[in-house]
Design a protein around this ligand. Structure first.
Ligand code: SF4
Length: 77
């Protein structure tokens, strides 16, 4: 299974407490008025990454994790 990933930031300190791996998914139908990441709305803006590869990055860094978007629960293809 793959998910559409816009970006993965390793070692960010601005997406929650402490150092984190932040995963930005693409695809969002909510279209919130104040969205700060509108480029994430288009699922085609990201690249398909397997859950295994995402988890390898998460495990390698051993940080806390932030799932962001887009909508992390946007239906996978
Ligand atoms: S990415 Fe987040 S803030 Fe932006 S429209 Fe989607 S749910 Fe709303």
């Amino acid at each position: 299974m793959t998910l559409s990933v816009l970006d993965i930031i390793e070692g960010t300190s601005v997406d929650g407490p402490g150092l984190r791996t932040a995963i930005y998914f693409s695809g969002c139908n909510h279209h919130c008025e104040g969205c700060h990441n509108r480029k994430s709305w288009d699922i085609e803006a990201g690249k398909q990454v397997s859950i295994d590869d995402i988890m390898k990055i998460v495990a390698y860094n051993d940080f806390n994790v932030t799932f962001s978007g887009g909508d992390p629960f946007f239906p996978a293809r």
